[in-house]
Design a protein. Structure first.
Length: 247
């Protein structure tokens, strides 16, 4: 693992070809500012009515804005000849859902790189518990997902979770002075069942869960009832799939 980490630090030129410096203005581009031109009753006159404070961005675009130590597995090898590698280990990471980029922070806290999501096979976050994120393009899906799905429970039928970033545009009505000038970034999640290499959307109703695990539905239903599991809880849903995969 140390060798792989050294590889990352020693192949700056190679990494530059698959990474780019963070451009904060990308996320700010959706903000608008300006002046409203209002017609005067005397057509020979006009004036500018200065708006109130412009809207901002409420929320952030990160899966988790906290830097977390983790590892990255790339689709292709990088590095100098004889020292190629497709892994980067033991480095602080965070995922930007808006740009679908994985940000990496090197030894220098100011040296932040962004690797495009379509170049990453999977990555892990190691704290406080190990989390595994798989590239959604590795699976077939009617939703044509772009980004990463998190492995919640693995087995012959796996459960994954996809976090989507929703951008809610300002709805401010100047004439009525109602609404919001802010752009809101809201994250929602969707569970998927993995069968083979295909993703099937899953709601947390007991019926849908039992349908997904139909070959042992009776056993699963008894397990849910005897443990009084609320399936809206991610922890409980994971327990159900872990139980099924151990039958």
């Amino acid at each position: 693992m140390k060798i792989i980490n050294i590889l990352f630090l020693s192949v700056g030129l190679s990494l530059t070809s698959i990474a780019q410096q963070i451009n904060a203005t990308t996320r700010d581009a959706i903000n608008r500012e300006g002046l409203a031109v209002m017609a005067a009753t005397n057509t020979s006159l006009a004036f500018f009515d200065i708006k109130g404070p412009k809207g901002g961005v409420v929320g952030d675009s990160y899966l988790d804005s906290t830097w977390t130590l983790g590892s990255v597995k790339l689709f292709q090898k990088i590095g100098a000849p004889g020292r190629e590698g497709d892994s980067i280990a033991n480095i602080p990471l965070r995922l930007d859902l808006y740009t679908n980029e994985l940000e990496l922070k090197a030894n220098d806290a100011k040296d932040i790189r962004a690797v495009k999501g379509n170049q990453i096979r999977f990555f892990t976050l190691e704290s406080p518990q190990r989390r595994i994120f798989l590239n959604a393009k590795s699976f077939r899906s009617e939703d044509n997902l772009q980004g990463f799905v998190e492995l919640v429970a693995g087995g012959r039928i796996s459960l994954v979770e996809f976090t989507k970033l929703n951008i809610i545009k300002p709805n401010y009505n100047e004439a009525l002075s109602v609404g919001s000038k802010d752009t809101k970034l809201v994250k929602t999640s969707q569970y998927y069942v993995v069968k083979g290499n295909t993703l099937f959307p899953l709601t947390t109703s007991k019926k849908k869960v039992l349908d997904a695990l139909a070959d042992r539905a009776d056993d699963v239903e008894k397990f849910i009832k005897s443990n009084s599991l609320n399936l809206k809880s991610r922890t409980n849903l994971a327990k159900v799939f872990e139980y099924y995969n151990n039958l």
